[in-house]
Design a protein around this ligand. Structure first.
Ligand code: NAP
Ligand code: GDD
Length: 333
């Protein structure tokens, strides 16, 4: 029997890769999308078929995490066996500008979804997109039992969601799991996260369309992995015998400067000629270093990351160079 899954945030980086993975496993996939005045489905357009097509396995539904009643009607309509909750205001810097909105969507939005599941008595497995940002100021290496110390409205909202997931697991016996994922990137990464901002700039500079890029703190340390491998980990978490919390990370540390060097170097460019500083990209409080220990996921789930930061930078630069060369062909990368 084919399984049915609901993905919130299906139009985002992770949602698009997860939809691909689940469809390849024979799932029927439902996705929650926001109504927008412009198209926001470019990451999943290649997966979508006319719903009148009898072979169609991907269905999209309008809804918003701020609208709890809609979450109830949607869950009652589609009765998913697995719910992957990926939707969020996910940008850390933006969360300082929009702390209330971030709390409402990234924090309370999770409670609305959990409560909708509980209200209709839906028997499903629930994945929460928790984050290494919850560790914030606690020094690395970070793992499941490392104390949390969030340093942004986004981190605080995600930590609230994390505890709500644990509360529904312990209080109502729900199969609810937190995936505590460290940074993961890809050619589909949002354009204002630092890796993609850098690789887009490299492609624009290499093609002569731009000369420089403005960045903030180059000293921050991150543990960047490859998004398609991380969505495989999400799926494994919901196939486990018991609900639990798992870190996914590569365990390798690089600074933003390292990523800049790797990306510009791959295109034969000297980064110091093209990177300028702008303090608008600094945060009121910074997370200095995130380096994860994913031993538990390796031991319990058999999950193993393969792509490390230098290769990731090359994959992303190549994709952005291709996007500049042949924009239409590169749309599905
Ligand atoms: P992303 O590309 O920013 O995607 C976010 C998704 O959430 C988009 O589909 C967006 O829709 C949707 N969304 C935002 N606000 C919404 C609302 N009010 N109602 C309904 N949908 C809404 O994020 P991502 O990189 O794929 O990450 C997926 C999840 O994992 C996020 O929760 C993120 O916080 C978390 N996470 C990410 C990483 C990482 O390194 N990527 C690491 C740890 C945790 P639109 O397309 O319409 O904007
Ligand atoms: N975005 C951005 N833009 N970041 C910059 C810039 C810039 O111009 N210059 C330097 N940085 C630094 C930031 O200060 C931060 O230390 C680091 O680059 C990474 O920033 P982002 O790529 O915006 O990611 P993030 O680590 O803050 O958050 C991402 O990872 C989290 C998991 O740790 C997001 O995907 C979150 O949603 C996710 O939870």
């Amino acid at each position: 029997m084919s399984k049915t899954a609901l993905i919130t945030g299906i139009t985002g980086q992770d949602g698009s890769y997860l939809a691909e993975l689940l469809l390849s496993k024979g799932y029927t996939v439902h996705g929650l999308i926001r109504r927008a005045s412009t198209f926001n489905t470019h990451r999943i357009d290649h997966l979508y078929r006319d719903p009148h097509d009898p072979d169609s396995k991907l269905f999209l539904h309008y809804g918003d995490l701020s609208d709890g009643a809609r979450l109830v009607t949607l869950l009652a309509e589609i009765h998913p066996q697995e719910v992957y909750h990926l939707a969020a205001q996910s940008h850390v810097r933006v969360s300082f500008d929009e702390p209330e909105h971030t709390g409402d969507v990234t924090g309370i939005g999770t409670t609305r979804l959990l409560e909708a599941i509980r209200m209709i008595g839906l028997d499903c497995r629930f994945y929460q997109a928790s984050t290494s940002e919850m560790f914030g100021a606690t020094p690395p290496p970070q793992r499941e039992d490392t104390p949390f110390y969030p340093r942004s409205p986004y981190g605080a909202a995600k930590l609230y969601s994390y505890w709500m997931v644990r509360n529904y697991r312990e209080g109502y016996g729900m199969f609810a799991t937190n995936g505590i994922l460290f940074n993961h990137e890809s050619p589909r990464r949002g354009e204002t996260f630092v890796t993609r901002k850098i690789t887009r700039a490299v492609a624009d500079i290499a093609s002569g369309r731009a000369d420089h890029v403005f960045l903030g703190n180059l000293d921050a340390v991150r543990d960047w992995g490859y998004a398609p491998e991380y969505v495989e980990g999400m799926w494994r978490m919901l196939q486990a015998d018991e609900p639990d919390d798992f870190v996914l990370a590569t365990g390798h540390a690089y600074t933003v400067r390292d990523f800049v060097e790797a990306a510009f170097g791959h295109a034969g460019l000297d980064w110091e000629k093209h990177v300028r500083f702008d303090d608008r990209y600094l945060r009121p409080t910074e997370v200095d270093a995130l380096i994860g220990d994913a031993s538990k996921a390796r031991n319990v789930l058999g999950w193993e990351p393969r792509v490390l930061t230098p290769e990731l930078a090359r994959i992303m630069v190549d994709a952005d160079i291709e996007r500049v060369r042949a924009p239409e062909a590169a749309r599905l990368a």
